[in-house]
Design a protein around this ligand. Structure first.
Ligand code: SAM
Length: 205
């Protein structure tokens, strides 16, 4: 990825995604995780303190080595076993039907081929397993959308390929997920063009 992607961006993500305002959202999205969990885009492990006791094990998928290193303290403080088990959500090194639940937080914006990654998540989830997600994407308001289209090329360059205009709920449905819970809102404390969130759960039938 180069010096910026390897040594700078994971620190920026750790600081930006670690803002206190995200904590209630992490708590909400992690509620509902259970059993064996695969987390796509583990980052620096900011969800680890929010894993509920119903989680028995987590397989973390994350390309950035520095993200994994920055997670060390949070991992030591948790009693839930977490193993870095993969590098790319587009190609998961797991058998079919391996996991009870899956987690993705602010990651679907960045994965280059999201359709492929969602297919992979469906493949490794057991039938009836749930994907819990909170993701930013295309805003509900036209005025904000215009800015998102204007700023997306810069956002992609600065934030490692982060898209602003993905329609996450539609992409989940297109991948065959059944959305069972969905809350769409602007996150507090961030400009609207990066704060149009979708939070919920989707079952892989
Ligand atoms: C905005 S960060 C969010 C990190 C973390 N989920 C959180 O909530 O703090 C996006 C993450 O997706 C990771 N990522 C990028 N491409 C990926 C891919 N192809 N597969 C899995 N994760 C990826 C990045 O390295 C980064 O850690």
């Amino acid at each position: 990825m180069g010096f910026y992607g390897d040594h700078v961006l994971p620190r920026i993500i750790n600081a930006a995604c670690g803002m206190k305002t995200a904590a209630p959202l992490r708590e909400r999205v992690c509620d509902g995780l259970e059993g064996e969990v695969v987390e796509i885009g583990f980052g620096s492990g900011l969800n680890v303190p929010f894993y509920p006791d119903s989680v028995t094990r987590v397989a973390a998928v994350e390309p950035a080595d520095l993200g994994w290193k920055l997670a060390a303290k949070r991992l030591r403080a948790s009693s839930i076993p977490v193993q870095r088990s993969g590098l790319d959500g587009q190609s998961l090194p797991f058998e079919d039907d391996s996991f009870d639940t899956a987690l993705s937080t602010w990651t679907m914006c960045t994965i280059p081929d999201l359709e492929q990654a969602l297919g992979e998540i469906r493949r490794v989830l057991k039938s009836g397993g749930t994907l819990r997600f909170v993701e930013h994407g295309l805003a509900p308001d036209e005025g904000v959308r215009r800015w998102q289209h204007r700023l997306e090329p810069i956002q992609k360059r600065v934030f490692g390929g982060c898209h602003l205009t993905r329609q996450i709920p539609d992409l989940l449905r297109d991948a065959g997920f059944e959305i069972t819970e969905l809350d769409v809102f602007y996150e507090d404390g961030a400009p609207k063009f990066v704060a149009a969130d979708s939070l919920g759960g989707a079952i892989s039938p």
